[in-house]
Design a protein around this ligand. Structure first.
Ligand code: GUN
Length: 283
């Protein structure tokens, strides 16, 4: 089975659009998201374009602030401060990665936690790890929704996450653990990675290398979630971290790239924006 993230994403967005209409009647305005894009990395441009398009579809007001890669850290901090103080702005997101001369941690920490729709602020990360009510990071949240959509019962399963980034690997491992899976976090330096991966009932791959996971690394009947977004050096097309052609014959279910995790990340961002708006309105 191919897990169609795009289809799930479409149905969640339709429901969100209705909700935004109701909220507009209730509060007299719609949620408002500002996305900041620094530089012109093609991957980041494509993500940001997708985020703006989804927001517009749902009725979320949105602005993209674009700045040259030469912007100073202080100039970026000034923009964030202005957005933090703007009562009409509910969500603030800075697309990552940032140019090397800018301290990403400093930028993330500057966003007001209540407007941090990415859930990257240390305060929001801490709440997640302490199991306190919090906004969930978009990609990990989207992955859990995809597993439910595919009818996968996470409790009691062996999950292996390949990748340990702050954005995906670590938080998705935490969410799987909270859903009562037994979780192993592996990475590019894991010894006998194929053997470790083959233990997985649920295999999540977020490593950023094309065809990194081959059929011999997948247990027959496993569910494979591919978070990779790479350029296929053979075809020039977008591809994931998993050799889809091979692995689809071994796995019980697999997410495609494009059309799997990617649309869910964007949709969960929309959900988080609506949530941030409602929380701010009820403060
Ligand atoms: N870069 C890659 N994924 C993400 C994301 O989910 N949010 C932001 N801000 N940057 C990213």
């Amino acid at each position: 089975m191919i897990i169609k993230g795009k289809d799930l994403s479409t149905s969640i967005k339709e429901a969100l659009k209705v909700r935004v209409g109701v909220l507009n009647e209730q509060y007299g305005r719609t949620p408002n998201l500002t996305v900041i894009l620094v530089g012109d990395d093609p991957g980041s441009v494509s993500y940001v374009t997708g985020k703006a398009k989804a927001a517009t579809e749902i009725g979320i007001r949105n602005t993209t602030i674009r700045r040259e890669a030469t912007i100073s850290e202080q100039e970026l901090l000034d923009i964030i401060e202005q957005l933090n103080n703007d009562d009409d702005v509910d969500g603030v997101l800075v697309q990552l990665p940032l140019p090397k001369h800018i301290n990403e941690n400093k930028i993330i920490a500057a966003i007001l936690p209540e407007k941090d729709v990415d859930a990257f602020h240390p305060m929001n990360v801490a709440k997640l790890w302490l199991k306190q009510p919090c906004v969930l990071p978009c990609t990990p949240k989207g992955i859990i929704k995809l597993l439910h959509f595919a009818g996968v019962d996470i409790a009691g399963k062996e999950a292996v996450v390949i990748g340990r980034s702050n954005i995906v690997g670590q938080p998705v491992a935490k969410l799987l653990l909270d859903a009562n899976a037994t979780v192993t976090v592996a990475h590019s330096k894991t010894k006998n990675l194929a053997e470790v991966a083959r233990r997985a009932d649920i295999l999540v791959v977020a490593i950023g290398r094309e065809r990194f996971v081959t059929a011999d690394m997948v247990k027959p009947g496993a569910v494979v979630i591919d978070v990779g977004v790479n350029r296929d050096t053979r075809t020039g097309k977008l591809c994931g971290d998993v050799d889809f052609e091979e692995v689809q014959h071994v796995a019980a279910a697999i997410t495609p790239v494009p059309g799997g995790v990617g649309p869910m990340t964007i949709t969960c961002l929309m959900e988080n924006t609506v949530e941030a708006f409602v929380n701010r309105m009820n403060k």
